[in-house]
Design a protein around this ligand. Structure first.
Ligand code: UDX
Length: 432
């Protein structure tokens, strides 16, 4: 099938590459000329495992191409996927400007019947509006339908998550649209759940928000564990054997970040408010998360008189390992607080430093290794669970730092081992 994909961010690019990988003819569209040139040269604008390899393979095979020329792409496409961003607005609602721009371009360009598939996460009811919007602006007498097809990829494992997704959700209002989407996804050989457009839109939010809720719940319980002398990791392990609970997303820590959970929880809360309904569970998840992100810093403030003049090592800047993405990363909440308090920050992250430098070019010393960051440090904060941090031996903290005082937002180390090595160690939901 001939497919066009609008937007070459996480959603669009990964979808486009994976569609090509299963044999479709794909043209990816973006307004950014520089990005398109990079992509043509096999360079991915995002750090994502396996992505560049598949980009090059499919580009060379002639199944995948990139262009700024949307007219060429949309004119005779069998299906056009919209994968542009829907950034959060101050009131929590999603910004629809980019989706609307693409919809307008489609309406002005298509020359044959076509299925428009919205992959971007959009508030329930948006796809109805997108369809009407396109129909109202159509220049040619063609039949356009809009379908919802949310994605569930996680950053760092985006390609694998797409090629081996747990399920494909398709939301359509006609048998014809359902048939086209089933055909597009047939080569993936994955379970397909076919529902109405609005239900598909809701499945995306309900899934993400459920996971965010699960994390906030564990963080809440972790905080209580600290107060009553229980260990959250043992508690999580005990819970995980119940298949109704499951073993995933039970890790307490420094709160969830990233491009989805913070945005999607606020968007669903906003949607509920628009409908005069208070979504109490999601509101609680948001509140717990906000507090959790700075809980370690607060803990440290109780222990120290001041950060002023202290050498503080910060390990991990990205919101999770395997990505250079900083969106809603806990480091962004904590680093400004530390700077405000006069800390001398020595930061290290395997891939996130270039992006962090764009926000904080001054006031932070970026180091080339874990050891360099820890050398003579008086306090260390761990914000991301990169493998190189897990590999630090407790004795190394003691050996490298001036005072081995650690605040670990990811529960990476064994409490007893840290104690035996003479490290003063604080983590989340655990104490000896
Ligand atoms: C998430 C969803 O997993 C994905 O299905 C959706 O399409 C987009 O949002 P992503 O944001 O890439 O993906 O990362 P994910 O691995 O889900 O982690 C999100 C955040 O939750 C991270 O900050 C992570 O550190 C945190 N998290 C995750 C926890 O704090 N505890 C956990 O047990 C799991």
């Amino acid at each position: 099938m001939k497919l066009a994909v609008a937007g070459t961010g996480y959603v669009g690019l990964v979808a486009g590459v994976c569609f090509a990988e299963v044999g479709h003819q794909v043209l990816c569209i973006d307004v950014d000329n520089k990005k398109i040139e990079m992509l043509k040269n096999g360079i991915s604008p995002i750090y994502e495992q396996d992505l560049e390899e598949l980009m090059v393979k499919n580009y060379n095979a002639g199944r995948l191409d990139y262009s700024t020329d949307y007219k060429k792409a949309y004119r005779d496409a069998d299906a056009i996927f919209i994968g542009v961003g829907t950034p959060e607005q101050p009131d929590g609602s999603a910004n629809m400007t980019y989706v609307a721009n693409v919809a307008r371009q489609i309406a002005e360009t298509v020359e044959k019947d076509c299925l428009v598939v919205v992959k971007s996460t959009v508030p329930v009811g948006t796809n109805d509006k997108v369809e009407q919007f396109i129909k109202d602006a159509l220049l040619k007498d063609v039949n356009i339908e809009v379908a919802s097809n949310p994605e569930f990829l996680a950053q760092g494992t985006a390609v694998r998550d797409t090629l081996h997704a747990a399920r494909i959700i398709i939301g359509t209002e006609s048998k014809k649209a359902e048939k086209i989407l089933r055909e597009i996804y047939a080569p993936f050989n994955l379970p397909i759940v076919s529902v109405s457009r609005r239900s598909a839109e809701m499945i995306k939010y309900a899934s993400n928000d459920f996971l965010a809720l699960k994390i906030s719940y564990m963080n809440d319980i972790a905080n209580l564990c600290e107060l009553v002398g229980a260990n959250i990791q043992d508690v999580a392990k005990g819970m995980s054997f119940d298949s109704r609970i499951g073993e995933k997303f039970l890790n307490a820590g420094i709160g969830y970040g990233g491009s989805c959970f913070p945005k999607d929880t606020k968007a669903l809360k906003w949607l509920a408010e628009q409908n005069n309904y208070e979504l109490k569970t999601i509101k609680a998840a948001i509140d717990v998360n906000e507090a959790q992100k700075v809980s370690l810093f607060k803990k440290a403030c109780k222990r120290l008189i001041t950060f002023s003049g202290l050498k503080v090592a910060v390990l991990g800047l990205t919101f999770k390992p395997g990505t250079d993405d900083l969106r809603e990363a806990p480091s962004l909440d904590n680093v400004p607080l530390l700077l405000e308090q006069g800390a001398d920050i020595y930061a290290y992250d395997p891939v996130g430093m270039d992006n962090f430098k764009k926000k904080y070019s001054e006031g932070i010393i970026y180091t080339n290794s874990v050891q360099e960051a820890l050398k003579n440090a008086q306090v260390c904060f761990i914000f991301t669970e990169w493998q190189e941090f897990k590999d630090i031996r407790p004795e190394e903290f003691k050996e490298w730092m001036r005072t081995a005082l650690i605040y670990d937002g990811r529960n990476l180390f064994d409490l007893k081992e840290m104690q035996s090595a003479g490290v003063e160690y604080y983590s989340v939901g655990r104490s000896l």
